[in-house]
Design a protein around this ligand. Structure first.
Ligand code: AVI
Length: 324
């Protein structure tokens, strides 16, 4: 092994034991083929997602930010003073900054627990936020927020707990996952509440454009999943032989993203062979869109009491306060 330059066997075994490896192999073995969208977010995928958020066609980030800016005072009021804010999938901690600006100096939150899977990124972002807001205790939690047994760091939260889940990430879950998340959040946040961003049903053209941008950033984001598999799992996907395909399904109220094989081909992933027919799909993401009433019903089914909802004038996006 030393002469061929291959990584030591133990290292290779570790890599192929990863959740990404396990889930991709399982997803490629199913019909139809699929893989969970959480695997988009390696360093490159996260950078591409940040670029998507800046695209003229991608309205959610911009619209949600405006809603947070415009109605932040009302949100701060329902959140209440001295609370502990827990953010699920906090990323670069940009959105919490927008929210924090709306608090009256006499009614500030006390602690902030950003939960994110990417530990290195999180520590640095938390340090910067604390430097800007020295009055706020920032306690980063490096974990997958869907794994409740990994959230013991939240035991340090002894005050009124308020969850923050912006960006309509909830739309990337299927119904069962959304219910699992909301039930978990309702338990964790008992006596407090959840502030959650939810993308709305709207005309299909606007939706279609948001996931088929002219610069091809969303296509690069989708294809990056294969690049990641090549880099981490010694796969040999030829990126030129797969096409980004995203469309709105009005029956399921969701955007579906796929990677379509441009030809008949065989791909190798972690020592296994997978044959694709021409046009065959690997389903990479669903992005559900909700009506306000539909989302409130889901929240009730998970054990929340829905409160105020804020939207933009064109009703593109919504932010919900749910009491638990
Ligand atoms: C993170 N999530 C809410 C985005 C969405 O719109 O569903 C991910 C995304 N996929 C393609 N563009 C953006």
């Amino acid at each position: 092994a030393a002469l061929t330059g291959a990584p030591p066997r133990q290292l290779r075994a570790d890599r192929n034991d990863s959740a990404f490896c396990r889930d991709l192999l399982a997803g490629l073995s199913k019909t139809p083929r699929s893989v969970a969208p959480k695997y988009f977010y390696d360093a490159q995928g996260s950078a591409l997602f940040d670029r998507i958020c800046e695209l003229p066609e991608y309205y959610p980030t911009r619209t949600e930010r405006r809603i947070l800016e415009r109605y932040g005072r009302e949100m701060a009021e329902v959140i209440g003073p001295q609370s502990d804010i827990i953010e699920f999938g906090a990323g670069s901690l940009e959105k919490i900054r927008v929210l924090l600006r709306s608090f009256d100096a006499r009614a500030l939150p006390r602690r902030y627990f950003p939960i994110d899977i990417s530990a290195a990124h999180l520590e640095e972002a938390a340090r910067r936020l604390h430097a800007e807001c020295p009055w706020l205790q920032v306690r980063p939690v490096a974990a997958d927020y869907m794994q409740e047994d990994r959230l013991s760091a939240l035991d340090a939260s002894t005050g009124r707990r308020v969850g923050f889940f912006p960006g309509s990430t909830i739309g990337n879950f299927d119904r069962d996952e959304a219910m699992t998340f909301l039930r978990l959040a309702a338990r964790l946040l008992e006596g407090g509440g959840l502030l959650v961003g939810v993308d709305l049903v709207k005309d299909p053209q606007t939706l279609h454009r948001a996931y088929n941008d002219a610069q091809g950033v969303t296509a690069a984001f989708n294809l990056n999943l294969l690049k990641r598999a090549n880099a981490e799992l010694s796969a040999d996907f030829d990126l030129r032989q797969f096409a980004h395909y995203a469309f709105y399904d009005p029956y399921r109220c969701r955007i579906e993203m796929h990677l379509l094989s441009r030809c008949a081909q065989t791909v190798h992933v972690a020592g296994q062979d997978f044959s694709f027919a021409e046009g065959e799909s690997l389903h990479t993401e669903n992005s559900h869109k909700f009506t306000i009433e539909g989302f409130r019903k889901l929240a009730v089914a998970a054990g929340f009491r829905p409160g105020p909802v804020w939207t933009d004038e064109a009703r593109l996006f919504s932010v919900h306060w749910l009491e638990s």
